[in-house]
Design a binder for this molecule. Structure first.
Ligand code: DC
Length: 222
């Protein structure tokens, strides 16, 4: 059984970059569960399936095979044999993913993969319902958040750096809409899990947030 650290929180709070850096510092495996959901979002988007049609998405699941491999400690995700680690990051896929991840069939489909990884390795696993549903017995649970404006600014800078042409207002609107969907869905909504430590990174530099996070983790590991 691995040692499990669950990190949940809304999009753009810095979960993945902070979790990855913290995992490297303490020698744990970093698991980005958003990438698993995004792979389903990508499949639905590519195959022109309506992301609002639960039964169409449910039947598509039988055609989806997702694999995770670690290359130099970095998680790569494979959809039916192809590495889609880059493709899952495009803006349209974020929107599709937020919609399909609300379906119970999708969450059920990915539950086993996530639990198997946590059983096999010492992990920092990040997502939306890791502490509340996937790993309710995790040794440490953290809820990482920041203001919507700051999260939108970070996402906007990320997309701009990749040469994607989007407006800040569009990104902010999408962040607020996605938060609402993630927090209000019936199945496994985003919330602070019982016993989770809340870390708000608004106004912090990356270094400050990382120190705050690793201090909490190291204290727990003592
Ligand atoms: O963390 P991210 O932005 O890559 O996540 C993409 C979408 O997937 C987001 O809308 C929420 C959803 N998601 C989820 O519902 N549960 C998870 N454990 C991880 C992500």
């Amino acid at each position: 059984m691995g040692y499990n650290i669950a990190i949940d929180g809304p999009s753009g709070a810095g979960k993945s970059s902070l979790s990855r850096a913290a995992a490297e510092e303490i020698g744990f495996m970093y698991i980005d569960t958003g990438a698993l959901y995004r792979t389903i979002g990508l499949y639905v988007y590519r195959n022109k399936i309506s992301a609002e049609d639960e039964s169409a998405v449910a039947s598509a699941l039988s055609d989806i095979n997702i694999n995770i491999k670690f290359v130099d400690g970095c998680q790569h995700v494979f959809l039916n044999g192809s590495d889609v680690s880059e493709d899952i990051r495009i803006h349209e896929v974020s929107d599709y993913t937020s919609k399909v991840s609300a379906f119970a069939c999708v969450r059920e489909f990915l539950l086993r993969t996530q639990r198997e990884l946590a059983e096999k390795y010492d992990v920092i696993m990040d997502g939306r319902d890791i502490g509340s549903v996937v790993l309710p017995d995790a040794e440490l649970k953290i809820y990482l958040t920041a203001s919507a404006e700051e999260r939108a600014k970070r996402r906007f800078d990320e997309l701009a750096a990749k040469g994607q042409d989007v407006k800040y207002e569009t990104v902010l609107h999408d962040v607020i809409e996605r938060d609402f969907r993630d927090m209000n869905r019936k199945t496994a909504p985003l919330k602070v899990a019982d016993g989770a430590v809340v870390v708000d990174t608004t106004g912090n530099t990356f270094k400050q947030s990382l120190k705050e996070l690793t201090d909490i983790i190291k204290e727990k590991l003592k």
